[in-house]
Design a protein around this ligand. Sequence first.
Ligand code: C2E
Ligand code: MG
Ligand code: MG
Length: 653
Amino acid sequence: MRTQLTSYCAWLFAGDLSAFGGPATDEAVAGHIRAEQMSLVLGYSVGIMLANACNAAVLAVALWHSPDWKFALAWAVTVAGAAIVFGLQSHASRRVTKPQFVSRRAMHRLVRNAFVLGVAWGIVPVAFFANAATGGQLVITCLCSGILAGGALAFATIPIAAIAFTTPIFIGIAICLSRDGDPAYVLMAVLVLVYGSVLLRAVFVNSFAFARRVMRQIEAERTVRQDPLTQLPNRFAFNETLDAALKRLALSGEEFAVLLLDLDRFKEVNDKFGHPAGDEFLVQVASRLQRCTRAAEHVARIGGDEFALVMANLARPEDALAIAERFAAAFAEPFLIAGCEIVGATSVGIVLAPRDGNAPLDIMKNADAALYRAKKAGPGTVCFFEEADDKASRDRKALQADLEGAIARDEFFLVFQPFLDLDDNRITGFEALLRWQHPSRGLVPPSKFIPIAEETGLIHEIGEWVIRRACATLADWPEEIRVAVNFSAAQFHNAGILQTIVQALADAKVAPHRLEIEITESMLLSKYGSAASILNALLELGATVALDDFGTGFSSLTYLRKLPFSRIKIDQSFIRDMLVQPDCAAIVKSVIGLARDLRIGVVAEGVETADQLEYLRETQCDEVQGYLISRPVSAEQVLALLDTKKFRATYAA
Ligand code: C2E
Ligand code: MG
Ligand code: MG
């Protein structure tokens, strides 16, 4: 019986009302409920403490002529003083941000305080009622009822606190009434008991409803603030954490850091292994990242493969760096997904507030800029924001804005670089290379604007323009000459790309076999699934496909076997070094051999010297391309180049 009572008390103390018919909670939810209860009580506390102080003063005045006036005065001064101190304390604690979790110990303190106050009021009927005049007795009765009702109201959501507060008062009243043998008093004692139990019952019912409401609220908040896949806080929750950190920065100068993460090559995982594997990858990444943070901080998933962390109360920038490096190191081990080992990596951009900004937009913009630099530096890189990033990011934005209207303003044009066949020293075709002539920037190289066009999706529109223009230009060239057009990975996202190619060929009235599409290995990695079907469709159409920059990516050999390439283009870095570095020469030789065995064509890119040409001729490379043969030329110059007798003479064996 005693142990049962003890456990009921323990449940009540913990705020677990399931044993009394209330909802069942776990400790995390109970802590959240306690936080809500506490905040409600703190909300009332100033008024209640003021009422306590006033009531104490009223009692002192009412008992002024009683024989116990000295004791009453001392009591009133003590209670009023304590009430004012409590009131001020709770007012101060309300200013601090509302906590999400309140410990049992904090609740115990609240219950203890309620009990002390209850005892103070419980003393009143016992100590002063008997000797008071009728008026004084009336005042005591009114005050005790008022205090009981007020206390029950204040602690209406916390049964244990309501019990702790009201019980001493009920006991005080019971002692006071039972001292006199008058049956009317006994009746009153019964009435008080009935009131008490009704009051307590009401407190319980109310607290059940309150707990259920908070639980529903927690659930609703969870769905609004939580990423359903990884269970991490989402962008909304992250923004709230950032806002709270900014508030603390403004209030108390508490510095913080924001770490922005972007997974390297996540899209490849998604494309290569499918979306379920991509999801599983994200879940595993999320749990590894969360293990790297400090206990109270949570990594948020703020985008597809973007994660972020607010590191509050930052003592030194090195602490942020340490966590960022832990994030990067968390990818050291490969991820095991559906029986496959997947190697991942993350880049991290770090922003320090207030040094790098004190507004959410600035902070995120700068974090983005730092992350951009980190990503460019390679997988697993961590970068602090620097002023130069800001400039780089503004430059990028400006370039992007200019790029948006470039087609409409007719600022693009194509140049063409020939392929020379080494067997009969004849030009077999040209590679179309895009140029952007900007009115104030001048000639912008593709290496500068293609990546931005890819990032922003403008590449679709630009790519379409290139295809149409290349086909239209091809129409004026001799039948046996082909044109090669470079493709970006992003263009394979666009299901309409095939239709565009078909239309461009039809409009220009050129045979599909005269069009070659150049794609890079890295593109195959990122869009393997859709690339395969589009490449096959292209082949069916009659167009050909070349594998550009061969040797700079990975897994090339696998793709060579699986995909219908007509040609391999050996990257210019190998050609540049093949006469000085034996390993480059070996690679060039073996790629040429490989192409021959696979019965596909091979082109050497970036041929700049006669010696290189000679070597390639010896190793029986099919075609060459490079400044030695010709720099990229305008469409008009193409025909002239094809006519040049001198040209043929120069490169004849
Ligand atoms: P790429 O397809 O590998 O093109 C070859 C690049 O090497 C061209 O640079 C060309 O001008 C340059 N080049 C040719 N011969 C030599 C040589 O002997 N020595 C040296 N050092 N360089 C040589 P460019 O025109 O600046 O293009 C760079 C890259 O931009 C291209 O590499 C291609 O990936 C991309 N690109 C160009 N036009 C387009 C386009 O229309 N669409 C897409 N998606 N990408 C394009
Ligand atoms: Mg190319
Ligand atoms: Mg190339």
